[in-house]
Design a protein around this ligand. Sequence first.
Ligand code: SF4
Length: 496
Amino acid sequence: MVKFSGRVRLTPGSDAKSKELMLKVGMVSLGCPKNLVDSEVMLGVLAEQGYELTPDAAQADVIVVNTCAFIDPAKRESIDTILEMAEYKKSGSAKKLVVAGCLVERFRDQILKEIPEVDFVIGTNELERVVEACGEAAGRRTPDEAAEPYLYHEFTPRVLSTPAYSAYLKIAEGCDHPCSFCVIPQMRGRFRSRRFASVVREAENLARQGVREITLIGQDTTSYGEDLGLSDGLATLLRELGKIPELVWVRFLYCYPNRLNDALIAAVAETPKAAKYFDIPLQHASGRVLKLMRRGSGATHFLRLLEKIRAAIPSAALRTSFIVGFPGETEEDFKTLLDFVEAAQFDHLGVFLYSNEESSGSYALPGQVAASVARRRQRKLLAVQRRISARKLKQKIGQTFPVLVEGPSSETELLFEGRLETQAPEIDGRVLINDFAGSDPQPGEFRWATITDAGDYDLVARLEARVFAERALPASTTPSRPRLVQIQPAAVGASV
Ligand code: SF4
């Protein structure tokens, strides 16, 4: 569950205090990259206090499980993980079990009541209390009133768990949209942005530490800065981050479709370092279902938006995700969605099954769709997308693109793998490298690659000797840093 893979890095401003024989802490992080950043902040705060971090649950004095509670499968995985980690406490190897994250926001009382091994719960606004939670003196924690909304800043210590060349950067927290299926606003609170200068400074710090690819995240990145009185905040931020010399790619995830405006498209088009990549979770295409989802809009408007992006940036990759089986979704609504997917020709697409969450606005809606029907719709949509993806990837054969080399393939040591600018970390396909000219491929280097073959979701390429962007200093020549804890993210839903 908890694995080692490299180094721990602290942001400047953090200062590991040497303390005698500190407790060892192990962390399991579940859910999305936003939760991963929270885990990295908790690890950073602990490392700053001198705690030793361990990837081995059996070695940990304290185990922290940072949970996800977005939908049912995520909740189940969170509970299973807590129970699995509770075994280490029962066997006596761990002294303390701490549960953090979204599950706590939804089920604070029940966790403490029903899982006696849990000593402490930490809500999403209480990340820095992890020190108190892990401390020797802390007793069993009873539920608290909700804490003040929390957002980390550029001086908050953070342990990066991603590869040395790539990092997520959270620019905002919470959400003000009223989507009826979503419980995130209840868990994460109202939308709030980090200060512009704080984000830029953190990006500069990360770049100085060797990060070459930054992925901006938040529940809705396209609203960035609105609460601070900035207009076109994300567009301005992107242009600013594009000036940081060491960075090669800056991308953002989670666009709300109605907020994706001309200024943002222009910023992506005109900023060479902005990845030509748009992730726009549309959730559905039928106007009727979108209205029930309290999102509005529909297929015609969405197609116009996609056309506008493609007209401005012909090389742009478009990713989206949909929910199938929403209450009241008819065969006709689903056909509208299928037709839309055929017309839109997305590069990447995820399909989630509707999860009927008790506290969501859609919970009591009539017309619940049978799970078997929802699964059939999911399969059908993914089959259509597989064909589209395969056709689009085939068109790339013979072309040359910059590739970020990530290291030996996870499937076989005989291959290396990497990503194009149009493939975001962890969610999209990859480039398998089966041949190379010049020096051996090194993780974190950007080289040109010629596409030689294509599958349904992955590409095969020959790496050229030509370098696209200088690599950060090899690990051995960078200042020595603590070790990195890599955390296993949960996989929920289906995505291609
Ligand atoms: S925009 Fe996203 S996070 Fe916000 S309510 Fe809608 S689905 Fe949830």
